[in-house]
Structure formats: C-alpha cells, structure tokens
Ligand binder design. Structure first.
Ligand code: TXA
Ligand code: MG
Length: 362
C-alpha cells in the first residue's frame, strides 16, 4: 500500500539504515530483521561479499542462499524464466511475504550465491527495515538466517549477537520476528508445485490460490533418498546443544517416563500445550520425586503459530539454562504452520541426538 511505501522511504533517512546500506555497498555483511527470522545480508551480486556470509556463519559452501528483492521489477535482471500472468498474480498475492521461489538464474548471479546451481532462490521480505536497506543500497541482498550454521535460527537481535558478535560489523534490531520460522521454499517450474522447505506460508494457502495440489519434498521427517532436493536439508539444522526429544500430542505420563534415562538425568525442561494436563497424572508426580521438571506450557493446540513464534528463542534459552539437562517437547498436529513447525522440531531433535531418520545426514 501507499503507507508501506512511505514508511520504507522514510526509513531510508534513518542513520542505522544509512549505515547498513553503506556497509553493503562496501562489500560488507549486516544482520537485518525479516518477518520470518533475522538474515545475514550482503550484496548478492558481489562474490567476495557473499563469501563473508559463509565465513561468518560457518556455512557449508554447497548450501545456496536466498536473494531478497524489494520490488518485482528486480526479478528480470536475476532470472531467465518467462514471467507470465500466472506468476505475476501469485507474486501480487504473496509478496512481500514468506514465500521463496526457485527460478533459473541469469549469469549476473554469481556461483558463490547459488552455490554453483543453475537455479536461484528469490523472495521479497515484508519487514520495512530490510526493504529500506535493499532500496538504499541499490542491490539485491543474499541472506541466509543470521545464526551460526546448525544452531536454532535467530528470531531476536540478541540471538544474532550471541552467535556472530565480533564477526560482523552491524546488527539492526527490529525486535522479535513476526513468524519465527523461515520462509516456505517452493519450486513452481514443474507441472506440480513442490515445497522444498515448509515454512511460514502454509501449503494449504498456496494450494488454495493455485487451485491445485502442492506436493511437499520435506515433510515432518527427513526424506529417505540420499540426494535431498533442497541442499539445506543435508546438514545439521536448528539444533540446540542439549538433547531434544519429541513427544506425541497429549502424551501420557508413561510415555514421558519411558523416554527419560533416570540413571543419567536429573533435570529436564518439558514444553507442552496449555491444554496438557500431564501434571495431574500419577506417573508424572512419581517422576517429579526423582527429577526436576521445568514445565513450560507455552502454546494452545489450536494456535501452533504461537509455538512457531517462540520455538527458537525457547531452545536457545533452555540451552543456556544450567537447571536443564535435556529438553522434551510435545508435537503439534495438523497442517499449516504446524507442518513447518514439526519439520524444524524433528530436524533439531535428529541433529541434537546424532540420530539420522531415514539415513539422511542432517
Ligand atoms: O525466511 C527465510 O527464508 C530466511 C530469511 C532471512 O529470509 N532465510 C533463510 O535462508 O532461511 P537459509 O539460507 O537459512 O535457507 C535457505 C534455504 C535452504 O534450505 C537452501 O538450501 C534453499 O533455501 N535454497 C536456496 N537456493 C536454492 C536453490 N537454488 N534450489 C533449492 N533450494 C535452495
Ligand atoms: Mg538457516
């Protein structure tokens, strides 16, 4: 809307935005808020600048980055696909927002950004600060999540600071991120749309708009095939240092007790839905005579978005909490954001336990 454009224009006069844009133009990296998670941004067209992103994060070289743009007209320079009416309509509906699309890349996009692929991932974020920095710098910005590779993604400026201070020159603090989970990565180039990474935009919304089925390449659990389609799926992701265990929806006291190794563990954190009445079960009471349980009832089952918003922050806090040795979390059921949430939770649990569901090394 006009208001949004005016806000973005005004923001370009802010000293912090001016500073960020200057650093970008000098080939530096800066951390910026988006509506999903914080991103670590650099000029997507400058290989040396993009290389600094990989260095600061400790990111494997073969994991490509998403390019962020502020207006649709920026697409033509970057991609060789025919931009037909169907695509235009889709972009009008979902951009700016948490939808990342795969395109065939033009030469201008360096291999460093696309990790040597012939394709490139692009999205238009909705956070006004991020958009203002793109506009002020005049460059499309490559940006992965601004965390140390493998660790939970940053949803607050302080998370970025904890991971990257001393390694990057600037973090813009935009408060906590609206969604708390990354964008949905979608490949529309084939007959059927395929979600390569479930995310903040639900598959149902996309399917409803397209009027057809949208497949998913990365469901809750990791795929069995060795060559994961989204390269990011191969690596350790989203994981705290401490062990993380996933419990079924509305798990019983028996189910909880059976997963805890009482010989080794004295203190756990338990993340559940507010509806969960686990503390009333006799098994739970018995358990609390043997170990300390920090019970965190932090979301309603009908509102998994609330857990999505908090998840990475919670995992980071519990990782720092000396009163907690292991983390247990209740699953969320259903489609929509729940699908993306379970994807992150399973991956974090798999990585934290050195467990490889389906044999994939995440
Ligand atoms: O919400 C988000 O998407 C955040 C914010 C900062 O925009 N960014 C983000 O970036 O999550 P990153 O690098 O953490 O994840 C990018 C994902 C990875 O799974 C990567 O493999 C996939 O997008 N990807 C990037 N380029 C691709 C390509 N050409 N083909 C397939 N997957 C690609
Ligand atoms: Mg990431």
């Amino acid at each position: 809307s006009k208001d949004r454009l005016a806000i973005i224009k005004d923001l370009q006069q802010e000293p912090a935005v001016i500073k960020a844009a200057e650093l970008i133009k000098e080939g530096e990296v800066v951390a910026l808020p988006t509506e999903t998670v914080y991103g670590l941004a650099a000029n997507a067209l400058n290989s040396r600048a993009v290389k600094k992103i990989f260095a600061a994060k400790g990111r494997p070289q073969d994991n490509p980055l998403i390019i962020h743009i502020a207006r649709k007209s920026a697409l033509e320079k970057l991609v060789s696909n025919q931009l037909d009416n169907n695509l235009e309509n889709l972009l009008t509906e979902f951009w700016p927002g948490p939808l990342t699309l795969i395109f065939n890349k033009k030469q201008l996009v360096p291999d460093q950004t696309s990790a040597g692929l012939k394709t490139v991932a692009i999205r238009m974020p909705s956070h006004p600060l991020f958009l203002a920095v793109i506009e002020k710098s005049g460059f499309p910005l490559a940006a992965p999540s601004a965390n140390t590779s493998g660790y939970p993604s940053p949803t607050k400026a302080e998370h970025v600071f904890a991971d990257l201070h001393g390694k990057i020159p600037l973090i813009l603090d935009g408060g906590s991120c609206e969604f708390g989970l990354e964008s949905t990565v979608v490949d529309l180039r084939k007959k059927t749309a395929v979600v390569l990474r479930p995310g903040a935009l639900s598959r149902e919304k996309l399917a409803a708009f397209l009027g057809e089925e949208v497949k998913i390449a990365a469901p809750g659990k990791l795929p069995k095939n060795k060559a994961a389609i989204a390269p990011g799926m191969k690596y350790r992701h989203y994981a705290p240092e401490k062990k993380l265990y996933v419990l079924p929806v509305d798990f019983t006291g028996e189910e909880l007790a059976s997963r805890i190794n009482l010989q080794q563990v004295d203190r756990i954190a338990l993340i559940t839905a507010r509806e969960n009445k686990i503390e009333l079960s006799s098994q739970f009471k018995k358990l609390t005579n043997k170990i300390e349980i920090k019970l965190l009832k932090v979301f309603n089952r009908q509102q998994p978005a609330e857990l999505a918003h908090k998840l990475f922050d919670l995992l980071r806090k519990l990782d720092q909490d000396s009163k907690v040795e292991e983390i247990y979390i209740e699953s969320v059921a259903g489609t929509g954001i729940a699908e993306a949430l379970m994807n992150r939770i399973y991956k974090a649990a798999a990585a934290a336990n050195d467990f490889q569901p389906g044999g994939e090394n995440d």
